[in-house]
Design a protein around this ligand. Sequence first.
Ligand SMILES: Nc1ncnc2c1ncn2[C@@H]1O[C@H](COP(=O)(O)OP(=O)(O)O)[C@@H](O)[C@H]1O
Ligand SMILES: [Mg+2]
Length: 340
Amino acid sequence: MAVHVPQRSTTTNVPPALAPGEPLLKVRGLTTRFPTKSGWLTAVNQVSFDLAPGRVLGVLGESGSGKSAMLRTILGLQPPTAQIEGEVILNGRDLVAMSPAERSAIRGSWVSMVFQDPMTALDPVFSVEQQLVETIRRHSDLSKKDAVDRAMELLTLVQIPSPERRLKAYPFELSGGMRQRVVIALALVSNPTLLLADEPTTALDVTVQARVLDLFRDLKERLGMAVIFVTHDLAVAAEIADEIAVMYAGRIVEQGTVPDIVRSTAHPYTRGLLEANVRPGQLTRPEAIPGAPPNLAKLPPGCSFAPRCSVAEDRCWESLPDLVTLTNTHSARCVRVARG
Ligand SMILES: Nc1ncnc2c1ncn2[C@@H]1O[C@H](COP(=O)(O)OP(=O)(O)O)[C@@H](O)[C@H]1O
Ligand SMILES: [Mg+2]
Protein backbone atom coordinates (compact mmCIF):
# COMPACT_ATOMS: atom_id res chain seq x y z
CA MET A 1 0.00 0.00 0.00
CA ALA A 2 1.35 3.40 -0.91
CA VAL A 3 1.15 5.82 1.96
CA HIS A 4 0.84 9.51 1.33
CA VAL A 5 3.43 11.41 3.32
CA PRO A 6 2.49 15.05 3.70
CA GLN A 7 5.33 17.39 2.86
CA ARG A 8 5.54 20.86 4.25
CA SER A 9 7.71 23.67 3.10
CA THR A 10 9.70 25.70 5.59
CA THR A 11 7.53 28.71 4.88
CA THR A 12 4.23 27.07 5.86
CA ASN A 13 5.81 25.71 9.02
CA VAL A 14 6.69 29.15 10.35
CA PRO A 15 4.01 30.43 12.71
CA PRO A 16 2.13 33.31 11.06
CA ALA A 17 3.31 36.12 13.33
CA LEU A 18 7.00 35.55 12.57
CA ALA A 19 8.49 38.40 10.52
CA PRO A 20 11.03 37.44 7.82
CA GLY A 21 14.51 37.11 9.29
CA GLU A 22 13.17 36.99 12.88
CA PRO A 23 14.46 34.09 14.95
CA LEU A 24 11.82 31.53 15.87
CA LEU A 25 13.27 31.25 19.36
CA LYS A 26 15.11 33.94 21.32
CA VAL A 27 16.53 32.86 24.67
CA ARG A 28 17.83 35.70 26.83
CA GLY A 29 19.65 35.46 30.16
CA LEU A 30 17.93 32.18 30.99
CA THR A 31 18.84 31.10 34.52
CA THR A 32 17.49 28.14 36.48
CA ARG A 33 18.26 27.58 40.17
CA PHE A 34 17.21 24.65 42.30
CA PRO A 35 17.06 24.74 46.11
CA THR A 36 19.43 22.13 47.60
CA LYS A 37 20.77 21.37 51.09
CA SER A 38 23.93 23.31 50.24
CA GLY A 39 22.02 26.35 48.94
CA TRP A 40 20.85 27.37 45.47
CA LEU A 41 22.27 25.25 42.65
CA THR A 42 22.53 27.18 39.38
CA ALA A 43 21.98 24.58 36.66
CA VAL A 44 21.41 27.07 33.80
CA ASN A 45 23.36 30.30 34.07
CA GLN A 46 22.61 33.38 31.92
CA VAL A 47 22.09 31.39 28.72
CA SER A 48 21.27 33.40 25.56
CA PHE A 49 20.93 32.29 21.95
CA ASP A 50 18.76 32.67 18.84
CA LEU A 51 17.39 29.88 16.71
CA ALA A 52 16.10 30.52 13.20
CA PRO A 53 13.28 28.43 11.67
CA GLY A 54 14.55 25.22 10.09
CA ARG A 55 17.96 25.36 11.82
CA VAL A 56 19.50 22.80 14.16
CA LEU A 57 21.31 23.99 17.28
CA GLY A 58 23.52 21.31 18.84
CA VAL A 59 23.98 21.79 22.60
CA LEU A 60 27.19 20.08 23.61
CA GLY A 61 28.64 19.42 27.05
CA GLU A 62 29.70 16.77 29.55
CA SER A 63 27.20 15.18 31.87
CA GLY A 64 25.96 17.64 34.52
CA SER A 65 26.58 20.78 32.43
CA GLY A 66 22.91 21.81 32.51
CA LYS A 67 21.79 20.67 29.05
CA SER A 68 18.65 18.82 30.16
CA ALA A 69 17.84 21.50 32.74
CA MET A 70 17.96 24.08 29.94
CA LEU A 71 15.58 22.11 27.68
CA ARG A 72 13.18 21.46 30.55
CA THR A 73 13.23 25.16 31.45
CA ILE A 74 12.47 26.13 27.85
CA LEU A 75 9.51 23.73 27.91
CA GLY A 76 8.32 24.96 31.31
CA LEU A 77 8.76 21.52 32.87
CA GLN A 78 10.71 22.55 35.97
CA PRO A 79 9.26 21.97 39.44
CA PRO A 80 7.55 25.01 41.06
CA THR A 81 10.40 25.22 43.60
CA ALA A 82 12.86 26.13 40.82
CA GLN A 83 13.76 29.80 40.44
CA ILE A 84 13.68 30.85 36.80
CA GLU A 85 14.88 34.14 35.33
CA GLY A 86 15.25 35.43 31.79
CA GLU A 87 13.19 35.13 28.64
CA VAL A 88 12.26 32.32 26.26
CA ILE A 89 10.61 34.13 23.37
CA LEU A 90 9.01 31.73 20.95
CA ASN A 91 7.43 33.38 17.96
CA GLY A 92 7.27 36.70 19.80
CA ARG A 93 5.77 35.37 23.07
CA ASP A 94 7.68 34.87 26.30
CA LEU A 95 7.11 31.35 27.61
CA VAL A 96 8.65 32.18 31.01
CA ALA A 97 6.10 34.93 31.64
CA MET A 98 3.12 32.82 30.54
CA SER A 99 0.65 31.05 32.79
CA PRO A 100 1.22 27.29 33.13
CA ALA A 101 -2.00 26.66 31.14
CA GLU A 102 -0.88 28.82 28.18
CA ARG A 103 2.53 27.19 28.26
CA SER A 104 1.11 23.72 28.27
CA ALA A 105 -1.03 24.54 25.20
CA ILE A 106 2.10 25.64 23.32
CA ARG A 107 3.94 22.55 24.52
CA GLY A 108 1.28 20.36 22.97
CA SER A 109 1.31 22.15 19.63
CA TRP A 110 4.36 24.12 18.48
CA VAL A 111 6.98 22.48 20.63
CA SER A 112 7.68 18.78 21.16
CA MET A 113 10.37 16.94 23.02
CA VAL A 114 12.14 13.63 22.44
CA PHE A 115 13.87 12.22 25.52
CA GLN A 116 16.91 9.99 25.74
CA ASP A 117 15.25 6.77 26.80
CA PRO A 118 12.47 5.63 24.44
CA MET A 119 11.16 3.14 27.01
CA THR A 120 10.13 5.84 29.46
CA ALA A 121 8.36 7.81 26.72
CA LEU A 122 6.21 4.82 25.70
CA ASP A 123 3.54 3.11 27.75
CA PRO A 124 4.40 -0.61 27.88
CA VAL A 125 0.77 -1.77 28.15
CA PHE A 126 -0.50 -0.09 24.97
CA SER A 127 0.28 -0.95 21.35
CA VAL A 128 2.01 1.54 19.04
CA GLU A 129 -1.36 2.07 17.32
CA GLN A 130 -3.19 2.81 20.56
CA GLN A 131 -0.56 5.32 21.66
CA LEU A 132 -0.30 7.10 18.32
CA VAL A 133 -4.07 7.17 17.70
CA GLU A 134 -4.75 8.49 21.20
CA THR A 135 -2.20 11.29 20.75
CA ILE A 136 -3.43 12.13 17.24
CA ARG A 137 -7.04 12.37 18.41
CA ARG A 138 -6.01 14.60 21.31
CA HIS A 139 -4.48 16.99 18.78
CA SER A 140 -7.20 16.90 16.12
CA ASP A 141 -10.83 16.05 15.45
CA LEU A 142 -9.92 13.13 13.17
CA SER A 143 -12.15 10.05 13.26
CA LYS A 144 -10.67 6.82 14.61
CA LYS A 145 -10.14 5.53 11.05
CA ASP A 146 -8.48 8.73 9.83
CA ALA A 147 -6.30 8.76 12.95
CA VAL A 148 -5.12 5.21 12.12
CA ASP A 149 -4.28 6.40 8.57
CA ARG A 150 -2.35 9.34 10.05
CA ALA A 151 -0.52 6.95 12.42
CA MET A 152 0.54 4.91 9.36
CA GLU A 153 1.75 8.10 7.64
CA LEU A 154 3.81 9.03 10.68
CA LEU A 155 5.40 5.56 10.96
CA THR A 156 6.30 5.82 7.27
CA LEU A 157 7.69 9.33 7.80
CA VAL A 158 10.04 8.02 10.52
CA GLN A 159 11.07 5.22 8.13
CA ILE A 160 9.75 2.25 10.04
CA PRO A 161 9.77 -0.79 7.75
CA SER A 162 6.48 -2.77 7.55
CA PRO A 163 4.54 -0.03 9.33
CA GLU A 164 1.26 -2.05 9.20
CA ARG A 165 2.88 -4.75 11.33
CA ARG A 166 4.70 -2.32 13.66
CA LEU A 167 1.44 -0.45 14.29
CA LYS A 168 0.04 -3.52 16.07
CA ALA A 169 3.22 -4.14 18.09
CA TYR A 170 3.81 -3.39 21.78
CA PRO A 171 6.94 -1.41 22.78
CA PHE A 172 8.73 -4.52 24.15
CA GLU A 173 8.37 -6.21 20.74
CA LEU A 174 10.42 -3.47 19.04
CA SER A 175 14.19 -2.93 18.97
CA GLY A 176 15.65 0.18 20.66
CA GLY A 177 16.03 1.96 17.31
CA MET A 178 12.42 1.20 16.28
CA ARG A 179 11.14 2.36 19.69
CA GLN A 180 12.99 5.66 19.34
CA ARG A 181 11.43 6.08 15.85
CA VAL A 182 7.97 5.57 17.42
CA VAL A 183 8.82 8.19 20.07
CA ILE A 184 9.88 10.60 17.31
CA ALA A 185 6.61 9.85 15.44
CA LEU A 186 4.69 10.72 18.63
CA ALA A 187 6.61 14.00 18.92
CA LEU A 188 5.66 14.85 15.31
CA VAL A 189 1.91 14.33 15.78
CA SER A 190 1.28 18.03 16.42
CA ASN A 191 3.47 19.23 13.49
CA PRO A 192 5.85 21.05 15.86
CA THR A 193 7.74 24.12 14.70
CA LEU A 194 10.39 23.43 17.32
CA LEU A 195 11.63 19.99 18.32
CA LEU A 196 13.73 19.59 21.45
CA ALA A 197 15.75 16.38 21.46
CA ASP A 198 17.59 15.37 24.65
CA GLU A 199 20.35 12.88 23.76
CA PRO A 200 17.90 10.95 21.56
CA THR A 201 20.57 8.60 20.21
CA THR A 202 22.68 8.07 23.34
CA ALA A 203 20.87 4.89 24.43
CA LEU A 204 21.28 3.33 20.95
CA ASP A 205 24.25 1.37 19.63
CA VAL A 206 26.52 3.10 17.13
CA THR A 207 25.03 1.81 13.85
CA VAL A 208 21.45 2.41 15.00
CA GLN A 209 22.53 5.84 16.25
CA ALA A 210 23.82 6.73 12.76
CA ARG A 211 20.48 5.74 11.20
CA VAL A 212 18.45 7.74 13.71
CA LEU A 213 20.70 10.77 13.02
CA ASP A 214 19.99 10.32 9.30
CA LEU A 215 16.30 10.30 10.16
CA PHE A 216 16.61 13.58 12.11
CA ARG A 217 18.34 15.18 9.12
CA ASP A 218 15.69 13.89 6.73
CA LEU A 219 12.85 15.14 8.97
CA LYS A 220 14.46 18.54 9.34
CA GLU A 221 14.75 18.83 5.53
CA ARG A 222 11.20 17.66 4.87
CA LEU A 223 9.37 19.40 7.70
CA GLY A 224 11.52 22.51 8.11
CA MET A 225 11.41 22.27 11.91
CA ALA A 226 13.90 24.05 14.11
CA VAL A 227 15.66 21.56 16.37
CA ILE A 228 17.65 21.85 19.59
CA PHE A 229 19.68 18.66 19.72
CA VAL A 230 21.40 17.98 23.04
CA THR A 231 24.38 15.63 23.09
CA HIS A 232 27.61 14.96 25.01
CA ASP A 233 29.20 13.72 21.77
CA LEU A 234 30.98 16.30 19.63
CA ALA A 235 30.93 14.04 16.55
CA VAL A 236 27.14 13.74 16.82
CA ALA A 237 26.74 17.52 17.24
CA ALA A 238 29.00 18.22 14.25
CA GLU A 239 27.02 15.76 12.15
CA ILE A 240 23.51 16.95 12.93
CA ALA A 241 23.81 20.66 13.78
CA ASP A 242 24.13 23.92 11.85
CA GLU A 243 25.35 25.72 14.97
CA ILE A 244 26.81 24.44 18.23
CA ALA A 245 26.54 25.91 21.74
CA VAL A 246 29.11 24.41 24.10
CA MET A 247 27.87 24.35 27.71
CA TYR A 248 30.07 24.16 30.78
CA ALA A 249 28.79 24.46 34.36
CA GLY A 250 25.45 25.85 33.16
CA ARG A 251 26.92 28.55 30.91
CA ILE A 252 27.45 28.70 27.17
CA VAL A 253 31.25 29.01 26.88
CA GLU A 254 31.51 28.92 23.10
CA GLN A 255 29.01 29.26 20.31
CA GLY A 256 29.32 29.20 16.55
CA THR A 257 28.70 27.34 13.32
CA VAL A 258 30.05 23.79 13.10
CA PRO A 259 33.21 24.96 11.21
CA ASP A 260 33.72 27.74 13.83
CA ILE A 261 33.65 25.19 16.63
CA VAL A 262 35.55 22.37 14.94
CA ARG A 263 38.13 24.28 12.88
CA SER A 264 38.49 27.66 14.61
CA THR A 265 38.05 26.34 18.15
CA ALA A 266 38.43 29.20 20.61
CA HIS A 267 37.70 27.88 24.13
CA PRO A 268 40.12 25.50 25.91
CA TYR A 269 37.14 23.42 27.06
CA THR A 270 35.93 22.91 23.47
CA ARG A 271 39.50 22.01 22.51
CA GLY A 272 39.49 19.41 25.29
CA LEU A 273 36.23 17.94 23.96
CA LEU A 274 37.70 17.82 20.44
CA GLU A 275 40.81 16.03 21.67
CA ALA A 276 38.70 13.57 23.67
CA ASN A 277 36.69 12.71 20.56
CA VAL A 278 37.27 9.26 19.05
CA ARG A 279 38.11 9.57 15.37
CA PRO A 280 37.67 6.85 12.75
CA GLY A 281 40.81 4.73 12.47
CA GLN A 282 42.18 5.95 15.79
CA LEU A 283 43.84 3.07 17.64
CA THR A 284 44.28 4.40 21.17
CA ARG A 285 41.42 5.82 23.20
CA PRO A 286 41.86 9.56 23.58
CA GLU A 287 42.18 11.03 27.07
CA ALA A 288 39.15 12.69 28.57
CA ILE A 289 39.68 16.18 30.04
CA PRO A 290 41.32 15.63 33.46
CA GLY A 291 39.37 16.69 36.54
CA ALA A 292 35.64 17.09 37.05
CA PRO A 293 33.10 19.91 36.52
CA PRO A 294 32.58 22.22 39.54
CA ASN A 295 29.81 21.93 42.10
CA LEU A 296 27.03 24.09 40.64
CA ALA A 297 25.94 25.10 44.14
CA LYS A 298 29.37 26.62 44.88
CA LEU A 299 30.59 28.17 41.65
CA PRO A 300 33.97 29.90 41.88
CA PRO A 301 34.02 33.66 41.06
CA GLY A 302 36.18 33.31 37.95
CA CYS A 303 35.97 31.06 34.90
CA SER A 304 34.29 27.78 35.91
CA PHE A 305 36.74 25.86 33.72
CA ALA A 306 39.91 27.43 35.23
CA PRO A 307 40.55 24.53 37.69
CA ARG A 308 40.80 22.10 34.72
CA CYS A 309 42.31 24.45 32.16
CA SER A 310 45.95 23.82 31.18
CA VAL A 311 46.41 27.42 30.02
CA ALA A 312 44.65 29.23 32.92
CA GLU A 313 46.24 32.46 34.15
CA ASP A 314 45.83 34.28 37.49
CA ARG A 315 43.08 36.56 36.16
CA CYS A 316 40.99 33.51 35.11
CA TRP A 317 40.35 32.78 38.81
CA GLU A 318 39.35 36.35 39.64
CA SER A 319 36.31 37.24 37.58
CA LEU A 320 34.03 35.64 35.04
CA PRO A 321 35.30 36.27 31.49
CA ASP A 322 32.93 38.14 29.18
CA LEU A 323 31.47 36.45 26.14
CA VAL A 324 33.81 37.75 23.41
CA THR A 325 32.44 38.15 19.88
CA LEU A 326 35.00 36.77 17.42
CA THR A 327 32.99 36.96 14.19
CA ASN A 328 29.31 37.52 13.52
CA THR A 329 28.72 33.78 14.01
CA HIS A 330 31.32 32.91 16.64
CA SER A 331 31.74 33.87 20.31
CA ALA A 332 33.62 32.46 23.32
CA ARG A 333 33.82 33.16 27.04
CA CYS A 334 37.60 33.11 27.59
CA VAL A 335 40.06 35.88 28.43
CA ARG A 336 42.65 34.48 26.03
CA VAL A 337 40.47 34.97 22.94
CA ALA A 338 40.02 38.68 23.74
CA ARG A 339 43.64 39.28 22.81
CA GLY A 340 43.01 38.13 19.25
N1 LIG B 1 15.07 19.25 39.68
C1 LIG B 1 16.35 19.41 40.10
N2 LIG B 1 16.63 19.67 41.39
C2 LIG B 1 17.91 19.83 41.81
N3 LIG B 1 18.98 19.77 40.99
C3 LIG B 1 18.76 19.50 39.69
C4 LIG B 1 17.45 19.31 39.16
N4 LIG B 1 17.55 19.07 37.82
C5 LIG B 1 18.86 19.12 37.54
N5 LIG B 1 19.59 19.38 38.64
C6 LIG B 1 21.06 19.53 38.72
O1 LIG B 1 21.43 20.43 37.68
C7 LIG B 1 22.69 20.07 37.17
C8 LIG B 1 22.62 19.93 35.66
O2 LIG B 1 21.90 18.76 35.37
P1 LIG B 1 21.45 18.35 33.90
O3 LIG B 1 20.76 19.49 33.27
O4 LIG B 1 20.67 17.09 34.04
O5 LIG B 1 22.84 18.09 33.18
P2 LIG B 1 23.11 17.42 31.74
O6 LIG B 1 21.80 17.21 31.06
O7 LIG B 1 24.00 18.37 31.03
O8 LIG B 1 23.80 16.12 32.06
C9 LIG B 1 23.11 18.80 37.89
O9 LIG B 1 23.98 19.18 38.94
C10 LIG B 1 21.81 18.26 38.42
O10 LIG B 1 22.01 17.50 39.58
MG1 LIG C 1 20.93 15.41 30.39
